[in-house]
Design a protein. Structure first.
Length: 133
């Protein structure tokens, strides 16, 4: 693991949340992006060397909508940058972690991603991210 890449926050209303975080962080979102495969629209903020990703569901049955229904709005996941996502996935699987996808998939912000089941990580949904080269 190289560093914390971003913290993902599930929101019901992306525009309203963008206004709040723009005021909180002192500047606007630098990118809005739809990830159709996950049924979300994301908005990224830079906060020093760190990023915040706001996620709004585009489908009532999407993973973000389900998370909000179950736990309400708030922190959804923590993402870690990795140098070689396939190697890191194999290492974590060998360590007994449950991966939510067997192959890396395209995520937001030009990244390959893989999620680790929260039951494997003390109740925290963990995302692995690697820049698509």
């Amino acid at each position: 693991m190289v560093r914390i890449e971003h913290i993902g926050i599930a929101v019901k209303d992306l525009s309203a949340a963008e206004e709040i975080y723009a005021r909180l962080l002192g500047g606007p979102s630098y990118k809005r992006e739809a990830v159709d495969s996950e049924g979300v629209v994301t908005s990224f903020f830079q906060a020093g060397p760190n990023k915040i990703e706001l996620l709004e569901s585009t489908r009532p049955d999407g993973p973000i909508a389900k998370a909000i229904e179950k736990r309400g709005e708030g922190i959804h996941h923590i993402a870690f940058e990795v140098e070689d996502i396939e190697k890191e996935m194999a290492r974590l699987k060998a360590e007994g972690f449950t991966l939510l996808n067997e192959e890396p998939k395209r995520g937001a912000d030009n990244k390959w991603v893989c999620f680790i089941h929260p039951k494997s990580a003390n109740g925290v949904l963990v995302e692995l991210c690697q820049e698509i080269r």
